[in-house]
Design a protein around this ligand. Structure first.
Ligand code: ZLV
Ligand code: CA
Ligand code: ZN
Length: 388
């Protein structure tokens, strides 16, 4: 144990369920729920659980999931039969292809990660938590009646709907390398949720192909949602300095103009350097700075996971970010404790396995200062129309 204690007068809740980690999308599928086991192994071996209120989450009820999803889609999801993924014919609800295969226990998996996000949001609403964490959530592509990009139920939308029962305004921020299209679409026409996504953008060659700078909300000026979608389209290879500067600058402006009562941060770890599907050069430290900045705002904060396809780095990032939430990031030993289960998985890149991540082959940085300046100028202009 590393002598970590509960911060006084500050509550962090951690919502998880080992059942979730047992699900498999298929052997060649990049989404590995097992990465959650690895993250939990780090969090527990550092003794961080002692500093949090820990909850074994329960599955969401179908009724709770109907807050966003259609009855017929949920019915299909619940009864879908396991089959070999086949991309050759059009799918009902986009289910059963290679991105969104039908696997054993699929509905239970969805209900479990959704239940954890809903519970986490309720803890914030009751003032029982200052920060609530669900690393198994963050599945931002799912639509009302459609699976998309490894996401079947949108736990983020369900959690935000809980927060809106109490809070007038919720800010959603998404640092997954992919565009948070499902959450953006769900709240496209309301001024009660502002969505911000930073992502690799390439309309033709990178999933999902949406999220350009000029997609700011409904075009009709009378629509309350106008100007409430913020998109930060980036190119390959962005580094820690550029990324964290942009994050703080843009989220800072959004908070000033929108004055949110709660923040949901999707911490997709596929924005890290060396990710199997990602394109960025963000380090664990830079990724964590985004969490640290949101915490420093002193607004109820929900942290969810998301993408992340190099499991050892996903575990590093989410363990580091848990330590930021409980306030012990500066005091824990970066060398991973000897007794950590699966410790050998972290030996891959260094002699002593550490929490800090080592870059793989650095990707050339394709983000010019000129492009960064243009993004900031455009979003500054957009936010002049937002007045909360
Ligand atoms: O991290 O997929 O590019 C949140 C998240 O944001 C595609 N899908 C779709 C569009 C046409 N395709 C191709 C179908 C690919 C089928 C299987 C893979 C299998 C092996 C390795 C990589 C992929 C893959 N799929 C890479 N990118 C995709 C994307 C979906 C990305 C979802 C990101 C989810 C959890
Ligand atoms: Ca994103
Ligand atoms: Zn992603």
């Amino acid at each position: 144990d590393c002598g970590i204690v509960k911060p006084k007068g500050y509550n962090v809740s951690w919502h998880s369920n080992p059942e979730i980690e047992k699900h498999h999308f298929g052997h060649s599928h990049p989404m590995k729920p097992w990465r959650l086991t690895l993250a939990k192994s780090l969090i527990m071996s550092y003794g961080m659980h002692a500093a949090m209120d820990t909850y074994v989450s329960r599955p969401a009820s179908e009724e709770e999931m109907e807050d966003f999803h259609s009855k017929d889609y949920l019915e299909y999801l619940r009864t879908a039969k396991v089959a070999i993924p086949d991309d050759s014919d059009p799918k009902d609800y986009n289910l059963g292809g290679s991105d969104c295969p039908i696997f054993e226990g699929l509905f239970n998996y969805c209900a479990m990660y959704s239940g954890a996000s809903i519970d986490a949001a309720r803890k914030l609403c009751n003032n029982e938590s200052d920060i609530a964490i669900n690393w198994s959530g963050g599945l931002h592509h799912a639509k009302k009646a459609e699976a998309s990009g490894f996401c079947y139920a949108n736990d983020i939308v369900l959690a935000i709907l809980q927060l809106l029962r109490k809070h007038p305004r919720v800010l959603y921020v998404d640092i997954d390398v992919h565009h948070g299209d499902g959450v953006e679409e769900a709240f496209w026409s309301t001024d009660r949720v502002m969505t911000v996504s930073m992502h690799k953008y390439d309309a033709l060659n990178f999933f999902p192909g949406t999220g350009d700078l000029d997609r700011t909300g409904p075009d009709s000026e009378g629509n309350p949602g106008a100007h409430h979608a913020v998109n930060v389209p980036l190119n390959d290879g962005i580094d820690d300095d550029q990324y964290t500067w942009l994050f703080k600058h843009i989220v800072g402006m959004c908070v000033d103009r929108f004055r949110p009562n709660a923040i949901v941060l999707q911490c997709g770890a596929d924005s890290l350097a060396g990710d199997r599907l990602g394109r960025f050069n963000v380090q664990v430290q830079g990724h964590g700075k985004c969490v640290e900045y949101c915490k420093s705002l002193n607004i109820p904060l929900l942290l969810v996971g998301g993408g992340g396809y190099t499991p050892r780095n996903v575990a590093r990032a989410w363990a580091h970010e848990t330590s930021i939430a409980i306030g012990c990031a500066d005091t824990i030993d970066p060398i991973i404790p000897k007794h950590t289960p699966y410790r050998s998985h972290f030996r891959h890149d260094t002699l002593f396995p550490t929490l800090e991540q080592i870059l793989g082959d650095p990707r050339p940085n394709r983000n010019s200062q000129k492009k960064i300046d243009e993004i900031v100028r455009s979003i500054t202009e957009q936010l002049r129309f937002v007045n909360a």
